[in-house]
Design a protein around this ligand. Sequence first.
Ligand code: ACO
Length: 325
Amino acid sequence: MNAKVLGLGRALPNRAVENIELEGVVETSDAWIRERTGIERRHLSTGETTTDLATEAARRALEDSGLAPEDLDLIIVATMTPDYFMPATACLVQKNIGAHRAACFDLSAACSGFVYGLSVAHHFIRSGGSQNVLVIGAETLSRSVDWTDRTTCVIFADGAGAMVLGASTDEGVIRCTLGARGDDQNILSTKAPGLQNFLLAGKPLEDDPGPYMKMDGQTVFRFSTKIVGESIRETLKGTGYSLGDLDWVVPHQANTRIVDYAASRLKLDRSKFFMNVQTTGNTSAASIPIALAEMKEKDVLHSGDLVMLTGFGGGLTWGSALIRF
Ligand code: ACO
């Protein structure tokens, strides 16, 4: 059986924050943020938790799918900002939506997390292990950034997106490929709170950055512009499809300049890349499903479209998925 996309949903915190509002928080400017990242505004939580946003996105995706909560047999939440390390966010969503038959777990692959989760769902459905799977990407990154660090706090934001997949004989998810390079762990990292406790055991941590996200922006930029093209080409291999067959590429919404470079390297029409980072900021694991749900709401994503999703980020990790909608 194939994994067919049955429904999509998204949830953003109510509070939209314009670039200009950040000028009073760190030394930055609307012009700098727009030019270097493409971002114009983002949504930041005023108390909505990762679970709240994930639950709302899940409800909308379920409604869009026409399935009932008890039809789900697996819930996967990709996040690097869970409310709890235990229980998993997926368990909290299960309780909130009443999906009592579902197995639940969280997955950590930073900005590639949604594509990783989708790949797991695809394989569960193909193997017959699951019939209907809910995959969510959800983040409250405003809790994770250092609000005195202008190189990160202007980029990252909050939100959640969800996708319901069901077993079908129709073409659906065609191929997923994933990758990681753990050697580059320090390029993009957030230390777990509590790690400092090792100090009590006499093992001081060198250059302890605290529990906030740290990013070497230029190295991430070079990595991202290269890996997007490589990952897309790798995913097309053996499928019988080529770049020219794609109706859409939906990349992780990191930065418009990364996508401009990647599109020109691939020699692929830039208008085929859907972008909404301008209004959402970088929501990490949530960005791809938020973009897909927005495309559906705007009626630019249609049944039958051939779409390439491509994620990249901390780990370093990357992954792409070719899907017939
Ligand atoms: N406002 C104003 N100035 C700033 C800001 C800011 N918010 N942040 C940095 N600057 C300054 C720097 O201090 C530097 O000043 P200096 O020249 O006086 O030293 C200057 O701007 C240029 O800094 P660079 O780091 O060289 O700026 P760059 O052109 O590389 O842009 C950016 C920085 C936007 C972070 C870029 O490297 C980038 O896009 N990287 C990719 C980051 C990204 O997208 N990460 C997310 C992808 S992965 C994921 O989603 C997990």
